[in-house]
Design a protein around this ligand. Structure first.
Ligand code: COA
Length: 159
């Protein structure tokens, strides 16, 4: 069985992330969506809130699991028994940081491979921070950016 990990902060999970999951599932039999802690970011949603948001979207899909981790990604990969990390690329500007992360992960475990999927053009401008900014100021109209349940949760955070 071909398994892979799709790690991210997912604060919150967007339609751009969903697009990457759906693309990766065309190539892999099982995907672990792994909610990690980027220590330079102050999250809006707790990891448990993010986990239940993603489970609401993919919970019925046997090909998807959602995990929370607070370790090195390389250690999580070892624990889950997979050697493949999935990341999305939105634009050329993502390349530098992704290149750095892929090489760091490979240094930590030489058997780890990073595979990149191109985000659909309609989501190439999206980021979780942008969505939080719009939600905090606009108070609605997020349906083209995030799944319905995430829009609901964002609106209740900023009420
Ligand atoms: N659609 C929409 N947005 C996207 C996207 C897509 N397809 N692809 C990336 N993004 C956005 C995210 O929304 C996020 O936006 P934000 O900065 O406004 O929050 C941004 O791109 C990148 O965030 P993300 O993909 O979540 O990665 P990250 O840089 O926050 O890293 C981890 C998160 C968990 C993967 C990383 O910190 C990690 O691996 N931590 C474990 C520690 C470790 O192993 N470190 C060493 C290895 S480098």
């Amino acid at each position: 069985m071909k398994k892979a990990i799709y790690p991210g902060s997912f604060d919150p999970f967007t339609l751009g992330h969903k697009d990457i999951v759906e693309r990766a599932l065309k190539v892999f039999d099982h995907l672990y969506i792994a909610i990690g802690a980027n220590r330079s970011k102050k999250p809006l949603f707790s990891t448990e809130e993010r986990k239940s948001q993603i489970l609401e979207i993919f919970g019925k899909n046997d090909h998807v699991s959602v995990v929370v981790f607070d370790t090195l990604l390389a250690d999580l990969a070892l624990k889950l028994g997979t050697k493949v990390i999935i990341r999305g690329l939105r634009a050329v500007s993502d390349f530098d940081i992704e290149f750095q992360m892929a090489l760091a992960n490979r240094k930590l475990d030489p058997e780890l491979e990073s595979i990149f999927f191109m985000t659909s053009i309609e989501y190439s401008f999206l980021s979780s921070s942008l969505i939080k900014e719009i939600a905090s100021m606009k108070g609605g109209g997020l349906s083209g950016f995030v799944p319905q349940n995430v829009e609901r949760d964002l609106l209740s955070k900023f009420q």
